[in-house]
Ligand binder design. Structure first.
Ligand SMILES: *Cc1c(COP(=O)(O)O)cnc(C)c1O
Length: 428
């Protein structure tokens, strides 16, 4: 491989979530099309993780690319305080139509900012009402992003250890994976008992699937019940749909599986079809109205330079249009069907302790003595194994998961399953 690019990269660039000291050479990718990425020598890689869970309709989708190009020639960016623009309004209309129980949308740049916005909204909601509610509840395996607020409401672990003492206090309840549902509900109720009604501001959760925590899955029944308990006790519910949104779990939103609805929803990753960094936090009219006042000090004190960037908005609009034009949720259902038969095929394999699936997400827990978690060696071995076969899978510790673009063909899915099968049957 021509290494000019790699050498320059190594000289100049610090990569995310990477120990740079012994990092493998970074593969220079120059092109993407559908489920595939192409390196500078033309080798093709099957992107079975949707490029960090962002891609939906496939790489380089011409419909989204054309929309961005056309918008860039008209208006690429405008300050969003004091001004608005047609694409921000159109995307708001289209998104809120799919979230009919929400009336307002707040734009930002990425998943972490969508979460920061949600947490600040919940805290300032109570502050504006003259109640000092400071406690946030979260799942103990949660991942909500890498900024300080988002880290605070995330699992305490290797990601957050260096910052531990600077994170704000959060009450963690057990993740309601199968068998733990009642425990989670009991602990939520116990917290409410302990703090009374006037201290808990909100409950933030990844609905149905906890991503970085290891693709942990739980039922819509217990999620509905948890949201119900919060509603009864006047606790704001925040659904972090950054990973689960836009069809990933089978419905448009993961919370679409529940009768009870969250007060605030965080969206990012798939919002632009995977083209641009962009995010939105949506909320109920009730939350919004707590910020309306003759007192300027009650406005929402948040904003980013690129809030509602027109290119992001137009990519979001084009992506939502593709959901209609291409029957995107039907493709999701097809992938889920394939996943389910693969689950049946491998569930008795002695190399694994669990296999689970929800929508397009399939996760396999490897049977291992290695307790290194996210940093475990088995992860590196598995990663290398699939890369040799030009399949991009990034195991989380001992958990191998597939999270493909929705355009991935049945043949390509079979390639991924075959490689996983081979890995399961050759390791020892
Ligand atoms: C990825 C992710 C985030 C953070 O999003 P970034 O765009 O990486 O900041 C937040 N919440 C969930 C559930 C995520 O999966």
């Amino acid at each position: 491989m021509d290494s000019t690019l790699q050498n320059k990269d190594r000289e100049l660039i610090w990569h995310p979530y990477t120990q740079m000291k012994d990092a493998l050479p970074f593969i220079p990718m120059v092109r993407g099309e559908g489920s595939y990425l192409y390196d500078e020598n033309g080798a093709q890689y099957l992107d079975a993780v949707s490029s960090w869970w962002t891609n939906i309709h496939g790489h380089g989708h011409p419909y989204i690319a054309a929309a961005i190009y056309a918008q860039a020639q008209k208006l690429e960016q405008v300050i969003f305080a004091g001004f608005t623009h047609p694409t921000a309004v159109q995307l708001a209309e289209m998104l809120l139509k799919r979230i009919p129980f929400h009336q307002k949308i707040f734009y930002s740049d990425n998943g972490s900012t969508a979460v920061e916005v949600a947490i600040k909204m919940a805290l300032q909601f109570w502050w504006n009402k003259g109640q000092e509610r400071k406690k946030i509840i979260a799942f103990k395996d949660a991942y909500h992003g890498d900024t300080f607020g988002a880290m605070s409401v995330s699992a305490r672990g290797v990601f957050t250890a260096p910052f531990q003492n600077l994170l704000f206090d959060v009450e963690f309840i057990p993740t309601p994976v199968p068998g733990q549902e009642q425990l989670a509900l009991d602990e939520l109720n116990a917290l409410i008992q302990r703090y009374g009604h006037k201290e808990i501001a909100g409950f933030i959760f990844e609905p149905l699937v906890l991503g970085s925590g290891g693709m942990l899955m739980y039922s819509e029944q217990v999620l509905g019940e948890l949201m119900g308990v919060c509603k009864t006790n006047n606790i704001i519910t925040i659904a972090d749909e950054v990973m689960t949104g836009f069809g990933r779990t089978g419905k448009f939103l993961a919370t679409d599986y529940c009768q009870n609805k969250p007060d605030i929803i965080c969206l990012s990753k798939g919002i632009t079809g995977g083209f641009l960094p962009f995010a939105a936090t949506t909320c109920t009219q009730d939350i919004y109205e707590a910020f309306l006042s003759n007192d300027k000090a009650k406005m929402f004190f948040h904003g980013h330079s690129y809030t509602a960037n027109p290119l992001g908005c137009v990519a979001g609009i084009a992506s939502l249009e593709l959901f209609e034009k291409e029957g995107t949720l039907d493709k999701v259902a097809e992938i889920e069907k394939l996943h389910r038969s693969f689950v049946n095929e491998i569930k008795e394999n002695p190399s694994i302790t669990d296999v689970r699936c929800r929508g397009t997400i399939l996760a396999i827990e490897l049977n291992t003595e290695d307790t290194g978690g996210y940093l475990s060696n088995i992860r590196d071995r598995a990663y290398a194994f699939f890369m040799e076969r030009k399949i991009i899978l990034r195991p989380l510790g001992n958990i191998i998961y597939i999270l493909p673009p929705f355009c991935t063909s049945a043949d390509d899915m079979q390639k991924v399953y075959a490689a996983i099968n081979e890995f399961l049957n050759t390791r020892g």
